[in-house]
Design a binder for this molecule. Sequence first.
Ligand SMILES: Nc1nc2c(ncn2[C@@H]2O[C@H](COP(=O)(O)OP(=O)(O)O)[C@@H](O)[C@H]2O)c(=O)[nH]1
Ligand SMILES: [Mg+2]
Ligand SMILES: [Zn+2]
Length: 312
Amino acid sequence: MTRDPRPRPARGVSEGELDIGLVVGAHGRHAMVETPDGERVLCHPRGKKSELVVGDRVRWQRAGDEGVVERVEPRRNLLFRQDEWRTKSFAANLDGLLMMVAVDPPFSESQLTRALIAAAAAGIPATIVLNKVDLAAADAVRQRLAPYVAMGTEVLELQVKADPEGALALLRPRLAGRTTLILGPSGAGKSTLINRLVPEARAAEGEISVALASGRHTTTTTTWYWLDADRSGAVMDSPGFQEFGLRQIEPMQLATLMPDLAAERGHCRFHNCTHRDEPQCGLRAAMEAGRISASRWRIYHELFAELSQQRW
Ligand SMILES: Nc1nc2c(ncn2[C@@H]2O[C@H](COP(=O)(O)OP(=O)(O)O)[C@@H](O)[C@H]2O)c(=O)[nH]1
Ligand SMILES: [Mg+2]
Ligand SMILES: [Zn+2]
């Protein structure tokens, strides 16, 4: 006998009857929802518009073996990127972002800055992790990150492969009891780190992606990993770090979201200075005095131009 797969209508269901759940995987119209007991139920959102994001708290109800998400609880925050055509959410309700880069392969400072700006706009505290400091080029890369240290961003140095115990000792207290997204370019060492933090990570990832993708080959989305048996801390891993669009941000907002630039505001001749070519610009003076790095200054201008293009 086959079960009617259609979800039951929501009519007559009061809020109190709906279960609370946590979205630990999401793909297209499916989401893996975890109950407070740790059971995982494949769910579909009711209604066409609602997009479910990993980290969402949802109200849902069972429909046979599966479930229907009736409502998403208000999000504390949402980290996303947005280009001309689409918005892609990384995760919701984050306590922190770990931006992981490595001494090698070389990383794009523009991509790093974009992610930090998106986190700042979403109100999510970010830490930079520099991995592979065992490699010879470590000093040169440290110099590249000096402006970030100077502007108050925490920069942690790791060698996950060469010294995994040291890396764990540094990170575990910072990750405990919190929800942290680990983001970074391919090759930075994210998988190596997550496999150290969560030895059963590979299995968990496979389980969710199989259930969500129904066996089809799909690109993976954000993956959720509990750090401990009592499920108090979690890390997430997300693809799609390249082409980090920031269309959600107004150009005039940019300087407020870059701490080194923000610190120099208030000294421009024009109160609505865009810091591009206005005379007596306090930010330009700060750059010339070495308080804003040449690379951050260049990235600001590239972003300002990009975000000023006509929106469709
Ligand atoms: N030298 C060195 N290599 C590392 C370190 N951590 C990771 N790697 C290597 O970097 C490569 C990419 O790591 P991976 O975890 O797959 O990166 P991901 O793409 O960010 O997930 C692998 O060959 C790792 O063995 C480290 O601390 N030092
Ligand atoms: Mg990886
Ligand atoms: Zn200015």
